[in-house]
Design a protein around this ligand. Sequence first.
Ligand code: PLP
Length: 400
Amino acid sequence: MPKPSENLKKLPPYLFAELDRKIADAKAKGVDIISLGVGDPDLPTPQPIIDAMKTAVEDPSTHTYPAYKGSPNFCQSASQWMKTRFNVDVDPVNETMALIGAKEGIAHLILAYTQPGDVVLCPSPGYPVYENYTLLCGGEPYTVPLLAKNNYLPDLKAIPENVARKAKLLFLNYPNNPTGAIATDEMMLEAIEFCRKYDILLCHDNAYSEMTYDGYRAPSFLSVPGAKDVCLEMFSFSKMFNMTGWRIGFAVGNADGIKALGTIKNNTDSGAFTAIQRAATVGLERCDELTKDLNAIYGRRRDLFVEGLRKMGWDIEPMVATFYMWVPVPTGMTSEAFASLLLEKCGIVVPPGNGYGPEGEGFFRVALTANEDRLKEALQRMEDNGVTFNKLANKTACSL
Ligand SMILES: *Cc1c(COP(=O)(O)O)cnc(C)c1O
């Protein structure tokens, strides 16, 4: 057998491997696991989208190869949504492209722009695909730390000049996975200016734009004047409408970026199933109505869990977007030790923060992907096992 590409060996060790093994062990022993681990909604896709899919799939004209750019109707609908939702103008032909999920778009954009020696600026903690796909393309990921003291916003001024000059892409993601942080106007402006100065394509991953609470409305980076000169934005139906398995999203913005992405797609995947594009259009048309109910559910879960953690000594504020809570581990523990402890003592699965990059050490992420009863049960188990933010370190850390 020939050996796979050397680039595969550059991927960091899979940090959840040990945790996955422990989960499998616990399940084999019959432990009732509460998974707050994967960012995969537990609720079904809204019915109008399912109904539209049923109709679309019965129509044989959806069964042929799709247009790799997305069907004209889908692109028109995405462009219209950008206008009504953000007051952003994007041309449905040259500045809009259907994606087989945002992940596909991110990976293929990196492939389109990265040669050996090229730098890609990747936030840490952050969605692992930015860094990993850069490595697969032989590029050099450069870590942009997102720190609590900066409200998890990037400090672009800290990036050395010689690194910025070699950079092709900057990835940002607000509302943010895993921290739940949100963008500020000032940061968006600064990021656009930074990319203009150094001739970098800014890829803003807006996968959580519609998952917001307390009246907060997340912005599009394309609403910054002139942003389209340097910025592409990716949207996903996965989290917006509980459609992770459907694989659909879109990219909008800079026409050169869209064109380069399209060249890769044309030669790789040939586009998203037309029936899925049709169904997704219904989601965009009824976006506010359909996301309102889902966000109300996540909002109640958030309140319940924040209150529970506060009772155990955590000093945390509720996030206003995403279904992730980014929580410091008890004093004196590592992320992995605390994740193991929650699994072994409480049967609760959470990812350790260092799985999202070195700057994630000292945190764990909670995905609110279980109903209120299960979340209450999780909190009860933590309380029963004496988990508290302050005291836990003395009590149990040593035994791990
Ligand atoms: C879930 C997620 C994605 C992937 O979205 P798909 O459309 O399902 O590929 C992309 N970026 C971030 C930050 C995510 O959390």
